[in-house]
Design a protein around this ligand. Structure first.
Ligand code: ADP
Length: 259
């Protein structure tokens, strides 16, 4: 977020450098159940972002002192792999990935019916294979589909998108150049069914009117992404005319019943 408003990122016809209108999302592709070894998984492409999410659990929580006798804990680990950006990224966790992991974990813990699985951990691994701004939103979008693919009961599927300000205009779904040289970045995640906002961060400045416009744009886009998430899950279970060809997976065995 350089705030360099001199750099021309939107032309006089309101078209952005990648050919989009200000309220247009990048092309989105969502696929559920892409990994055999995980209990649930999803692959998401949003523009040039490529993100993979894998869910393991609910499974016994280790170390045991982290167990909650009343509910499951949801642990999301966001990681950008070293070749995901043009300069090689130093492998391993850094402040940014720890912060994003915490944000996504808290958002997901709110939507999962954690009380169904006391003492367990639901582990979600988010790997960014290619990054082009908006990876926390793409990661969260993928994590929600992967959790649903794992058969874990949730209040709703959660979509996320960033809205921002570029050349004094409110724009949807910022790409890397807009994120770098724009004036504001506002990632949003929400529960479409209830309208609750699960994640909201702001980098840069927006006036109240711009914020209201950005929120409206973001909520509308979240509903579009939500439909694509549901389509991916429908395709996964090949629901054709109400008939399920493949039964959804049962959630992983409740480790408490064994104990
Ligand atoms: P988000 O990806 O959610 O927009 P940021 O605003 O922190 O999160 O990052 C914006 C973009 O900057 C990322 O999507 C990525 O393309 C790039 N980026 C982030 N961290 C690094 C890094 N360590 N090295 C190179 N590029 C990075």
């Amino acid at each position: 977020m350089g705030g360099n408003s001199d750099m021309k990122l939107i032309d006089e016809n309101g078209i952005r450098i990648d050919g989009r209108k200000v309220d247009e999302l990048r092309p989105i592709k969502i696929e559920a159940g892409v990994l055999k070894s995980a209990d649930g998984s999803a692959y998401v492409e949003i523009g040039k972002n490529k993100v993979l999410a894998a869910v393991y659990g609910p499974r016994e929580c280790h170390p045991r002192h982290m167990q909650n006798p009343a509910k499951a804990i949801v642990q999301c680990k966001y990681n950008m792999i070293s070749f995901s950006v043009s300069d090689r990224k130093r492998p391993g966790p850094d402040r940014r990935s720890v912060e994003i992991s915490k944000l996504i974990s808290e958002a997901m813990e709110y939507v999962v019916f954690t009380e169904n699985y006391p003492r367990t951990s639901i582990d979600v691994y988010i790997e960014v294979l290619q990054a082009n701004a908006g990876t926390r939103c793409a990661g969260l979008t993928a994590a929600a589909v992967a959790l649903a693919d794992a058969g874990i009961p949730m209040k709703d599927i959660v979509p996320a998108v960033a809205v921002g300000k570029v050349n004094d205009q409110v724009v949807l779904d910022l790409n890397k150049e807009e994120d770098n040289y724009g004036q504001a970045d506002l990632p949003i995640a929400m529960i479409p069914r209830t309208g609750e906002v699960l994640l909201m961060q702001m980098d840069g400045h927006l006036t109240q009117a711009e914020f209201d416009k950005a929120l409206e744009m973001g909520v509308k886009a979240c509903h579009e992404i939500y439909e694509l998430q549901k389509d991916a899950l429908r395709r996964r279970y090949a629901i054709v005319n109400g008939e399920t060809e493949e039964e959804p997976k049962e959630p992983a065995e409740d480790v408490n019943e064994e104990a």
